[in-house]
Design a protein around this ligand. Structure first.
Ligand code: ASP
Ligand code: MG
Length: 405
């Protein structure tokens, strides 16, 4: 018995039948004597439809009104689930984000949670009510409705779980857990029983799509145990935890692959102090986030600087660099959108030598050329040509002993 937060994603509440299925699960958890708070997403596809409708009116919908619009998706599912539970004779009540006191800053469309009051949730739970909260939405200091960015109801769930000191935050989705790599790419991918917050953060930022990154940051900060599992089966999913017990620790826990970046190469820049700043400052001034940067060693007084930017910012970044190249007298700027970043991730590599060497030799054995490298304490990433991405993931998965039997 305890306080359980359950979050159901869009596919789990995609129609009335599925909402009834969710209600049964909620009721079962409640009947076992737990206090249950449910956080919901909008029905699958609804948020996209709302965005599309706004797009029929204008290219640049007013951002405040956009959030009022998008918040309706979650308002709908919250009411429908509460109604379903009530019709099953369970004492349920829905709350919108503001009623749950989900306080955010005022960045419409991508607001950050500052504090969750949750006073009303706690009172209702004390009365043995099942509380159904609309995820993805909050209220800014001026009283405007805000939304938390795509996938934001994960973050609503974890933040509410932290605020009410829940014993567990269960995230129900359409996959049965977190996998060692994308099962669509590698049929030998395995479901992990456990993964640490840090690994999950790496996996998320490197391309895994199971949880909104911010929800993991929140869970780590407030030490909320998270259980990612499927709403379509009874099987245990993946626990996201602070640390492994040593027994289960592997050197590499997972392989990720992202095709979201593009590479920009500025060739023949003068080898002088201050040049890297000249090349990269205008990019950051434009609000473009650079991921990997490498500089070649100088020959004949010049060298090359290459870096990656999100593909969506490619055109802007190329334009900026063309100007910079002229100003500093660089030889030329080349761009390449056909790249992929494959990474090996694992807290186990902190005190293990040879992970990088093994990664490089595995790629070499497949004749895959490494174009850029970056590392942290718990990941190594290589940028390669996009068309070899799947091959790279599969060979690394095998090489690091992750294949299922
Ligand atoms: N409905 C929102 C979205 O589609 C939030 C969420 O599902 O987490 O992004
Ligand atoms: Mg989601």
């Amino acid at each position: 018995m305890g306080v359980i937060v359950q979050k159901y994603g869009g596919t789990s509440v995609a129609n009335i039948e599925r909402i009834q299925n969710v209600a049964k699960r909620v009721a079962k958890t409640y009947d076992q004597g737990n206090d249950v708070v449910v956080i919901l997403s909008a029905m699958a596809g609804v948020t996209d439809n709302l965005i599309e409708m706004a797009g029929q009116i204008t290219d640049r919908p007013e951002r405040r009104e956009m959030d009022v619009l998008l918040a309706t998706g979650e308002q709908t599912t919250a009411a429908l689930l509460a109604m379903t539970l009530i019709s099953m004779k369970y004492p349920a009540q829905s709350l919108l984000g503001y009623q749950a006191e989900v306080r955010t800053d005022c960045s419409y469309g991508n607001a950050r949670i500052q504090k969750v009051g949750a006073g009303r949730i706690k009172e209702l739970v004390e009365d043995r009510k099942i509380v159904v909260v609309a995820g993805f939405q909050g209220i800014d200091p001026a009283g405007n409705i805000t939304t938390l960015g795509r996938g934001g109801s994960d973050t609503s769930a974890v933040a509410i779980a932290a605020a009410i000191n829940a014993d567990m935050c269960e995230i129900y989705t359409d996959v049965d857990g977190v996998y060692t790599t994308d099962p669509n790419i590698c049929s030998k991918a395995r479901k992990m029983n456990r993964i640490t917050f840090d690994e999950m953060l790496e996996m998320a930022s490197l391309g895994a799509k199971v949880l909104q990154i911010r929800s993991v940051e929140f869970a780590k900060k407030y030490n909320v145990p998270v259980h990612v599992r499927s709403s379509f089966s009874e099987e245990e999913g993946t626990m996201v935890v602070n640390e492994y017990t040593d027994m289960e620790r592997l050197v590499v826990s997972g392989i990720t692959c992202s095709k979201n970046d593009a590479r920009i190469l500025v060739k023949g820049v003068p080898d002088q102090p201050g040049i890297a700043a000249k090349v990269l400052t205008p990019i950051s001034d434009a609000g473009i986030v650079v991921d990997i940067i490498i500089q070649s060693s100088p020959r004949n007084g010049t060298n090359d600087i290459a870096f990656t930017v999100p593909k969506t910012e490619y055109d802007r970044a190329m334009e900026i660099e063309q100007k910079v190249a002229e100003e500093i007298g660089a030889k030329e700027v080349q761009g390449d959108k056909g790249i992929a970043k494959v990474s090996v991730v694992g807290v186990g590599m902190k005190n293990h030598a040879g992970v990088a060497a093994k990664m490089f030799s595995t790629l070499a054995a497949e004749n895959i050329n490494i174009r850029m490298i970056s590392t942290s304490e718990i990941h190594i990433s290589c940028v390669i040509t996009e068309k070899y991405a799947e091959l790279a993931v599969r060979s690394l998965h095998t090489a690091f002993g992750l294949d299922k039997e």
